[in-house]
Every structure is written in C-alpha cells, then in structure tokens.
Design a protein around this ligand. Structure first.
Ligand code: NAP
Length: 306
C-alpha cells in the first residue's frame, strides 16, 4: 500500500486514534503522524509506547502543516476542538472525524472550517469496550465498515483520498447521509447500548440476587450485556445527548415490542414467542453470513465489537 497523505494529525489519542495510528503504520499510508491529547498523562503514555511519530503539547502544533486532521475526541468535544485548531489549518487540507453521531458533529464543526479546507465526516463501525491510548490495535478496522458522510459540495478528490485511507486501514467504505446514519446507528448500536446499560443496572438493583451470584452464575446473555455496559461513560453520554431524536424513536419501538412479548408470556402465547425468536435468529445468521461477526461460541470475545 502506498502513502496517501504526507502528514496526518490525530486529535484525541484514545482507542480509535491509537488503532488508526497502528493501522496507518502497518500499511505505510502516511509520511508522518502527529498526535495531540488533552491531558499530559495521555501524551506521556503515547510517547512511552511510541504512539504517533510526534506527540504535541498543543492542538495547533499537531495540526500545523497536516494534510489530514482527524478529530478522535468524544462527540460533545468536537466543536470546541475544531474552534481551537481552525486558525492553523493548512489551505487544501481535509478535516475528518470518527464520531459516533454525525448530524451533531456536522453542526458543531462546520462553522469553524475555513472555506479552503475540506470537511468530510466519517464513522468507523468498529470498537471495543476499552478506551485510552493503550487500547488500540492495527486490526481493529479490518473488514469493518467505515461510513463517510460528506457534506454538501464536498470535493470528490478529497473524498476519494479519505476513502483510500480507510480502505488502506482495512475497512470497507460506504457513503451515507447524516440523518440516515444517525437512524441506522440508533438501531444497530445506540439503543442496544442503552438496553445493555439498563439490564446491568437492573441486575445491580435486584437485591434478591446477590452481587456475587450475579457475577458467579453470569450466563452468556448477562455477560455480553456487561461487556457492552462497560463502554466509556463520556463517549456514551455524548452519543445519547447528541442523537436524541433517533434514539428516542427506536426506544419507543423497542418498548412496544417489549410490551407485546411481555403480553405473550403472560397469556402463554408460545406460538408468538417462537415465531419472534425464529425471526431474530435469522437476523443473527445474516450478520454472520455478511462477515460482521463470528459463529464461534464465545462470539470472538476479546476482539472487535461496537
Ligand atoms: P477514548 O479512548 O475515550 O479517547 C478519547 C480521547 O479524547 C482521549 O485522548 C481524551 O483525552 C480526548 N478527550 C476527551 N474529552 C476531550 C475534550 N473535552 N477535549 C479534548 N480532548 C478530549 O475514546 P474513543 O473510544 O477513541 O472514541 C473517540 C471517538 O470515536 C468518539 O467520538 C466516539 O464516539 C468515536 N467512536 C468510538 C468507538 C468505540 O467503540 N469506542 C467506535 C467508533 C467511533 P485524555 O486522554 O487526555 O482525556
């Protein structure tokens, strides 16, 4: 794979940025990768583990001269970071992001982007419940989708270059409109995370089942919920605050279905339960057939998830 950008700046050095760095290095996709993180502790860790060719103490220093700047901070922090770096953006550069919500990021970041800079939002559909600079690995994006969400009038060459970067990092790439993205992700990721948080919270509240019993006899269903519910609180708080409408719409639908199943259990309607579970099993089969999860009994636990 050949070099796509001379210089890439990664702003925020957590799971996604560190995985991007290792994936960029694996394929030689950039000449130099600079990095910036808010806290001195994260910058020190990055320097210690060799994360980024150059770790900078200010966002401006990291961004200066970069051909591609990728915002890898929580969704709620994107606007402030864009504002801070805007004055030093190089003319002709591309700014992108990896935020899990797209409409909000576009509204928060666009006003700060100079006319001579391209802004192409993106979202890699890959992650784990771990966070921070030491959690990344080069294979995170392999065979996972990355959605590009170009804003009106985006430059086709700049989009093609960003697409090549994500493909070089192992992703399959699609383009999607921001509102549709937020609805799709509300179904496939955001609502399921809220349900997992709730389920683990409920188990925590059930005093008739002791904490040790919950942990000791944790069966596959609950264990999988706890893995998702261990995801980063800042990131997920921001997701729900910024993808409010789509998440609430899907949760409304979820509640209706839950009531229907609750009723089927109460009235002993085994046929309805059986038919429902048969349909959901087919969806699982489809995900495996599409290569987006493994059929292994442990679901490939320990690898990619989100
Ligand atoms: P992470 O591991 O928690 O890292 C976040 C980074 O952002 C850290 O370096 C942190 O700096 C920095 N940061 C936090 N708040 C900030 C602020 N107010 N101003 C400036 N920097 C700030 O997060 P991540 O999992 O890589 O997620 C990053 C982005 O990717 C998020 O927008 C998320 O929605 C998106 N995403 C996540 C996943 C996933 O599964 N994790 C998947 C796809 C997309 P310090 O370390 O110095 O605090």
């Amino acid at each position: 794979m050949s070099q796509i950008y001379d210089r890439v700046a990664l702003i925020g050095l957590g799971l996604i940025a560190s995985s991007m760095f290792w994936a960029i290095k694996r394929a030689g996709l950039a000449g130099e990768v600079t990095g910036y993180a808010r806290s001195a502790a994260t910058r020190d860790t990055a320097r210690r583990i060799g994360l980024c060719d150059r770790v900078c103490d200010t966002v401006q220093e990291a961004v200066e001269g970069a051909d591609l700047v990728v915002l890898c901070v929580p969704v709620g922090a994107m606007g402030a970071v864009a504002h801070e770096m805007a004055p030093v953006l190089k003319p002709g550069a591309t700014v992108s992001d990896v935020g899990s919500v797209k409409r909000h990021v576009i509204e928060a970041v666009s006003p700060h982007i100079p006319d001579d800079v391209h802004f192409i939002p993106a979202h890699p559909l890959a992650g784990t419940e771990h966070s921070g600079p030491e959690s990344g690995f080069a294979e995170l994006f392999d065979n996972r989708w990355c959605l590009l969400v170009p804003v009106d009038g985006s430059d086709p060459d700049a989009i093609a270059r960003l697409r090549a970067l994500w493909e070089g990092m192992g992703s399959n790439v699609d383009e999607m409109d921001a509102d549709h993205h937020d609805l799709v992700l509300a179904v496939t990721s955001h609502a399921p995370h809220l349900i997992a948080y709730t389920m683990v919270g409920v188990a925590d509240d059930l005093r008739r089942v002791t904490d040790t019993e919950v942990i000791k006899y944790s069966a596959a269903g609950f264990r999988d919920f706890t893995r998702i519910a261990a995801s980063d609180p800042t990131m997920w708080r921001d997701v729900f605050l910024t993808n409010k409408d789509a998440t609430l719409e899907i949760l409304g639908r979820f509640t209706e279905e839950l009531f229907a199943l609750q009723r089927a259990i109460r009235t002993g309607d085994g046929e309805q339960l059986f038919d429902y579970f048969t349909r959901t099993r087919a969806i699982r089969r489809g995900i495996i057939d599409a290569g987006q999860d493994t059929d292994a009994p442990d679901f490939g636990r320990g690898k990619t998830s989100t």
